[in-house]
Design a protein around this ligand. Structure first.
Ligand SMILES: [Ca+2]
Ligand SMILES: [Ca+2]
Ligand SMILES: [Ca+2]
Ligand SMILES: [Ca+2]
Length: 284
């Protein structure tokens, strides 16, 4: 029995792809009662030869080719992530941009990813770095954990030459359902590349100006089916908004005030058209 274990180890050594599985007993004690040696990690993820190209404008897409490899002799059967970060302010920690999931990586093999990341529209102008990591959260145990980041890329963030312009319009208000058919448009020259923005619907009881007395009925964003909706020039998306809490309000004349990009995440050509006022009349 003991000999069998030893011979498996002897046969496998570093050339065997699944030696760790054959010895995969989680007990720290060997069959003969002696303490097992500390586990040896036969895999190593490494990130190398990664590139970035682009204009580094706020809100623009940057192209990137990311290369990683498993240098080790064991296949990685667990999932892990490649991730991109942006640091535009050395006094705060880097900002997460995007992650890519890898489900497994064979021994002695590499993976090349051609992809894009968005420079957030509200990034500080000037010097910044883009950082790429593999297994930053250290999910995979490797024989070298010190080669999981590629040297950060120095870039210069500049103002956008073409900016988007968001505004909202109401297609229809269904009084009995208290639902609003809302359109969010980009009427600017720049594209919104899967960046988050919020929009809010307020009920104004007496005037057309947004103030503290107005009631927030709905808060939404451009997130749908697992990703942020991109908006090209002269493109809109439509949403049927249910104003549930509005059913509690007495019938009468009101104004709905729709505020697009309410937390101002997107830098736009025109920031002064982000409020849309819509008159409604409800009857008992
Ligand atoms: Ca690791
Ligand atoms: Ca590594
Ligand atoms: Ca606007
Ligand atoms: Ca804005």
């Amino acid at each position: 029995m003991i000999m069998g274990v030893i011979s498996i180890f002897g046969v496998c050594t570093f050339s065997c792809g699944n030696s760790s599985q054959l010895l995969g007993d989680s007990s720290p004690i060997n069959y003969d009662g002696s303490l097992k040696a500390a586990p040896i990690n036969f895999s190593n993820l490494r990130i190398f030869a990664t590139t970035v190209t682009g204009n580094y404008e706020r809100g623009s897409l940057v192209d990137s080719i990311i290369k990683i490899e498993n240098q080790g002799s064991s296949t990685i059967n667990d999932s892990f992530y490649i991730s991109a970060y942006l640091n535009s302010d050395s006094s705060i920690s880097s900002k997460w941009l995007k992650s890519w999931k890898v489900n497994e990586l064979n021994a002695k093999s590499f993976l090349q990813l051609s992809t894009q990341v968005t420079i957030p529209s509200n990034t500080k102008l000037g010097q910044a770095t883009i950082e790429f990591w593999v297994d930053k959260s250290n999910k995979i145990l490797e024989f070298n954990e010190a080669d999981n980041q590629v040297t950060p890329f120095n870039i210069n963030i500049v103002t956008r030459s073409q900016s988007p312009d968001l505004y909202a319009s109401v297609n229809n208000f269904n009084e009995s359902l208290r639902s609003l058919d809302l359109k969010i448009h980009n009427v600017g020259t720049g594209v919104i590349n899967s960046e988050v923005f919020l929009y809010k619907v307020y009920l104004s009881l007496n005037d057309t100006v947004l103030d503290a007395t107005d009631i927030l009925l709905y808060s939404g964003d451009n997130y749908s089916n697992g990703s942020y909706i991109s908006l090209g020039q002269n493109v809109y998306f439509q949403e049927e908004v249910s104003l549930f809490s509005f059913t509690m309000t007495a019938p009468g004349d009101y104004h709905l005030i729709i505020v697009t990009d309410s937390s101002d995440h997107i830098i736009e050509d025109n920031e002064s058209n982000n409020q849309t006022v819509f008159f409604i009349k409800t009857v008992p």
